[in-house]
Write a protein that binds this ligand. Sequence first.
Ligand code: HEC
Length: 255
Amino acid sequence: MFVRNILSAIIISVAPVSSVLAAGGDTPPIPSQDWSFSGPFGTYDKAALQRGYKIYREVCASCHSMKRVRFRNLEALGYNEDQIKAIAAEYSVEDGPNEDGDMFERAALPSDAFISPFPNDNAAKAANGGAFPPDLSLMTKARANGSNYVHALMTGYKDKLPHGVELSDGQYWNTYFTGNKIAMAPPLMDESISYEDGTIETLDQYAKDISHFLTWAADPYMEERKRTGFKVILFLLIFAGVMYGVKRRIWSNIH
Ligand code: HEC
């Protein structure tokens, strides 16, 4: 009786796990990467941010908007004012109305937000077989373990499908996407983007750099916040020391 109870308890506790595995709908834990920005003193790596921005511009920007980032924010990547003006001027935006009441096109300015690839959400869906490419400005905050998740998503595509899985047109298999079937074709592959700074041109490196860039975009004041936190702790430590001294002095005559 006792043995049977134990056996059924084991079976009940293991059953849900095996049924999930059989359904093939589970995602494994997201592997952690080594980021320069982790930890209490972590900072962004400007070279990585510039490479990530290059990837966004050359690949992701044809489908994904980043409406919350302005060209002038690129100062944080180490670009100067003239470089930022030149980058912005490569894009055009609709402005107006002018005195005649007409809208007109002009070159983008540093104060403009990144230009969206589609005029509206429906156009974005229509161009992507009905799937909406989400805005990437806050993506690393919108997903749990965001920086590692974006890296995992970029590197998680599999050509060889698990047994019994079928994909419809425009679907791809990704190990880390919820439900595994994603409507985004693998955006990156080895040597698909050229780097001018001699960094290796591998999928893994691209995935790290785009994730670094998206992490900055979602949390541009991270370094400042950490510095302030450090100063506050330092102040509190010194203040505690002073207060301890004061206390000892005040109570020194009392026996
Ligand atoms: C050809 C269009 C296209 C390109 C290029 C593209 N994406 Fe996507 N992306 C999509 C679509 C469509 C979806 C929605 C997929 C879905 O819901 O199945 C998506 C979804 C995503 C998601 C959200 C996944 C989630 O958890 O919901 C992320 C993150 C993402 N893309 C990042 C990128 C990055 C980074 C790049 C550039 C390296 C990129 N994408 C390039 C079309 C694109």
